[in-house]
Design a protein around this ligand. Structure first.
Ligand code: HEM
Length: 540
């Protein structure tokens, strides 16, 4: 007879679903399936699944590929990625922006950085940023009203994505740097937009295979944009750091950007390792954490925004933005991130954190514009839960229909539409060996539209995510934020942001879409192929 134990036995890991890859469509000599994929990657991946099955081999130029469509295989890939698969080494342009951050790192270095960055954006920490999210949405609403006053009621036309990107850019920059950027926020945001556009272009066609040293006009633009970003971010970091050191040493209050008054904080102009100027490998002295000299920025923040919650970030002093958290972070050995590492992580959170969410919001408005019933239920919920006031983080759990709208939008139009990794020696999936070097792909676009998991997959139906939904959605059939150990660090941040922005803006406005079809285009992210234009109309 077995002795009862206080600790319940761990459930056995599910048996892997056997993997039996079949060859996909025959490609062209030397190019493989590159032309078909390049022409329409979304249609191509869906065709691989529909015409060939759940595990299909194909090739992209010299790259031997394996495409997975079954959620169980996807789950296995994402959960074993750190042990058996590498980050693809084709992301030269992306690396220029993110540097050696958690996004493209691997192995022990990635684990260390993930351990340092994760606590700064974990769900509990998103709470203090919610007020900033709502405030930035409120400012956008004010801007639209102002345009109504000047241009007339009928005339306010917007490019939805441009407007959403303005808001999310402002949110991420404020949550990162407080108000330190001041009136440079917009210009710096535009510089990041230039960099992102080039990165997106680089991931298409022949550029994908050009070594990083080949200069192209786009690459020159990218490097110039990165140099501007670096100079500004390093200025902010070193000013904040100098302010912290001075405050810790009791040498008086910091200046308006956190720098010690009279100190020459901007000493970050050396060039290193062929990277753009403005990066410094400098380590901060241990213990150089925020002191009490930052109250001037705090006063400049909107009321309640990025609250200085000492419990949330020990070592941040009265600044509680992401930069303070990164500067205060210590690894298991008590080591902080170096100045360059802080730069890389800050710019990565910025780049990874704004365009993804603004893209999701653009699609959400598109869906709302096309689905009057869904919109009417949204209006009911907003009236019931908010009754005309601005939302707070405490409303999040009650805004269930708004959450379902966001989830369903992320299903139909996942901003990140595919994940690709390279198999290492010894990698296996579904019990089968995967030859080293094989690029293993899965696609949110195609799996999220698989009728086996989502009946009527092309229909926007937020009810799927309600408690009474008749269909069980298997694990990893919906994975807009990836999965496993490398799952998106900002998933909670993004979901809270999307719900609060929609709730704030939809309370006051409808966005009436310009007539005509909206087609998605797969670049770095999945975005409308042409600008989504809408007329802003007062709600109610
Ligand atoms: C709708 C918005 C977003 C989407 C769809 C999205 C999607 C993703 C995806 C698919 C990954 C790769 C996961 C994987 O490989 O398994 C990822 C990684 C990441 N995301 Fe997001 N993301 C969003 C918003 C954000 C935000 C707001 C932030 C930061 C504030 C952020 C920061 C990151 C970081 C740092 C990683 C790298 C994690 C690692 O490799 O360890 N993301 N995201």
């Amino acid at each position: 007879m077995s002795v009862p134990s206080a600790v319940p036995p761990r459930p056995a890991p599910p048996r892997p679903l056997p993997l039996r890859p079949v060859p996909g469509p025959r490609g062209l000599p030397g190019l493989g399936n590159l032309p078909a994929f390049g022409k329409d990657p979304l249609a191509f991946l869906v065709r691989l699944r529909d015409d060939f099955g759940d595990a299909v081999t194909w090739s992209l130029g010299p790259m031997r590929g394996l495409f997975l469509s079954h959620p169980q295989h996807i789950a296995e890939l994402l959960t074993t990625r750190e042990q058996s698969f590498d980050v693809l080494d084709i992301l030269w342009a992306f690396r220029q922006v993110t540097g050696q951050s958690v996004l493209l790192g691997q192995g022990a270095e990635w684990r260390r950085k993930r351990g340092l960055v994760q606590p700064t954006v974990r769900p509990r920490q998103v709470r203090p940023y919610a007020a900033t999210m709502v405030e930035c949405a409120r400012l956008a609403a004010e801007r639209w009203r102002e345009r109504e006053r000047t241009d007339g009621h009928e005339a306010v036309q917007i490019d939805v994505h441009e407007e959403m990107a303005l808001i999310t850019q402002q949110i991420v920059l404020r949550t990162l740097f407080g108000n330190d950027l001041g009136d440079r926020t917009r210009a710096l945001g535009q510089t990041m937009t230039v960099a992102e556009k080039v990165v997106s272009d680089e991931l298409r066609g022949i550029n994908l295979f050009l070594p990083g040293w080949v200069p192209t006009p786009g690459r020159r633009r990218l490097l110039a944009a990165v140099a501007t970003i670096d100079a500004e971010v390093h200025r902010l970091i070193s000013a904040r750091h100098a302010g912290q050191v001075r405050a810790a040493a009791g040498l008086g209050r910091a200046g308006p950007n956190g720098q010690a008054r009279g100190a020459d904080a901007d000493d970050m102009s050396q060039q290193r390792d062929g990277r753009p100027p403005g990066r410094s490998p400098g380590e901060f002295p241990p213990g150089a954490v925020a002191g009490d000299g930052m109250s001037q920025q705090r006063e400049a923040l909107p009321p309640g925004a990025v609250a200085g919650d000492g419990r949330a970030c020990a070592g941040c002093g009265d600044r509680d933005d992401l930069l303070s958290r990164l500067l205060a972070a210590r690894d298991g050995a008590g080591r902080p991130l170096s100045a360059e590492e802080v730069r890389d992580e800050a710019v990565t959170l910025w780049a990874a954190g704004h365009e993804t969410t603004s893209t999701a919001l653009t699609w959400a408005w598109c869906m709302l514009g096309q689905s009057p019933k869904v919109r009417a239920l949204l209006d009911d919920e907003l009236a019931r839960v908010l009754g005309g006031r601005l939302p707070t983080i405490d409303d999040y759990d009650r805004l269930t229909w708004t959450q379902q709208i966001v989830k369903e939008t992320l299903r139909l139009y996942p901003p990140a539409w595919a994940i690709a990794t390279a198999a290492r020696e010894g990698a296996t999936l579904g019990g089968s060996r995967i030859p080293a070097g094989t690029t293993v792909w899965c696609s949110q676009w195609s799996t999220h539209r698989d009728p086996r998991w989502f009946p009527d997959p092309g229909v926007f139906r937020p009810e799927r995510w309600g408690p009474d939904a008749p269909h069980v959605i298997p694990d990893h059939a919906w994975f807009p934020f990836g999965g496993g150990q490398r799952t998106c660090l900002g998933a909670r941040f993004a979901q809270v942001e999307a719900v609060l922005l929609l709730a704030t803006l939809a309370q006051s406005f409808h966005l009436d879409l310009a007539p005509g079809p909206v087609t998605p285009k797969a670049g770095l992210l999945l975005q409308p192929a042409t600008p989504l234009r809408a007329r802003v109309r007062r709600a109610g």
